[in-house]
Design a protein around this ligand. Structure first.
Ligand code: AMP
Ligand code: ZN
Length: 185
C-alpha cells in the first residue's frame, strides 16, 4: 500500500522527538524536560533542552507555558553548573527553528565545530536571531505570546556580514573566521 506523499513525515522533522527517546542522546531528564546532545554540534559542547509535552515551536507558546519556560532556564543553569567551569555557554532559541519541538540551545561560546559551516549557522548564534530565554519567558509573562521576528528580519540577521563574536574582527569568509576563532581558545 502506498502512503500519500503529503502524509509522509520526513525523518529530519521528527529527529528531535526521536532523539528524546534515545538513551545515547540523553544527557539529563526530569518530569518536565529532556536534555539531549545536539546531533550536529555547532560548538565543542552543544545541548538541547526540550519539554516532554509536545510544544511545536515558539509560536505555540501561551501564558500556560510560563512554568515550563522558567523550568527550562533552571535546567540550563544546572547543566552549565555540572559542565567544565572553564567554558562559557550561550543560551537561546532560534527565532525561526528548522525542526519541530520547542528546544533551547545550550552551546559553548567557542563555536568551534566541523558542523558549523555556513554564515547562516554562525549568525544564528551570534545575532539577535538567537533569542534569550529570559526575553522569551518575559514576553510570555507580560503579553502571553512571543513577538516573533518577521521572515525579513530573520533573513537580515542570517545574511548579516560575518563578525567574530569575541572581538571586532571582520573575516573575509567562513574559512577565515574558523581560523580566526582559534586565537580565542
Ligand atoms: P534549530 O531548529 O535551528 O533551533 O536547530 C535544530 C538543532 O537540532 C540543530 O542544532 C541540529 O544540529 C539539531 N538536530 C537536528 N536533528 C537532530 C537529531 N535527530 N537529534 C539531535 N539533534 C538534532
Ligand atoms: Zn575574534
Amino acid at each position: 500500500m502506498t502512503t500519500p506523499a503529503n502524509k509522509l513525515k520526513p525523518d529530519w522533522e521528527l529527529g528531535l522527538l526521536k532523539s528524546m527517546r534515545n538513551p545515547k542522546a540523553i544527557v539529563a531528564t526530569d518530569a518536565w524536560v529532556t536534555v539531549i546532545k545536539d546531533a550536529y554540534p555547532k560548538a565543542e559542547k552543544h545541548y538541547l533542552i526540550l519539554p516532554k509535552a509536545y510544544i511545536r515551536d515558539l509560536k505555540a507558546l501561551n501564558s500556560t507555558h510560563l512554568p515550563i519556560l522558567r523550568h527550562m532556564e533552571k535546567v540550563a543553569k544546572y547543566i552549565i553548573d555540572i559542565e567544565d567551569k572553564s567554558r562559557t555557554f550561550m543560551l537561546g532559541y532560534h527565532a525561526e527553528p528548522s525542526i519541530k519541538q520547542l528546544h533551547m540551545h545550550i552551546i559553548s561560546n567557542d563555536l568551534n565545530s566541523e558542523f558549523l559551516k555556513t554564515k547562516r549557522h554562525w549568525n544564528s548564534f551570534t545575532t539577535d536571531f538567537f533569542l534569550k530565554p529570559e526575553d522569551v519567558a518575559y514576553s510570555i509573562e507580560t503579553k502571553g505570546y512571543v513577538s516573533i521576528l518577521t521572515q525579513e528580519q530573520c533573513e537580515q540577521y542570517l545574511k548579516a556580514p560575518l563578525v567574530c563574536h569575541k572581538c571586532t574582527y571582520y573575516p573575509k569568509d567562513m574559512p577565515d573566521l574558523k581560523r580566526h576563532i582559534l586565537i580565542h581558545k
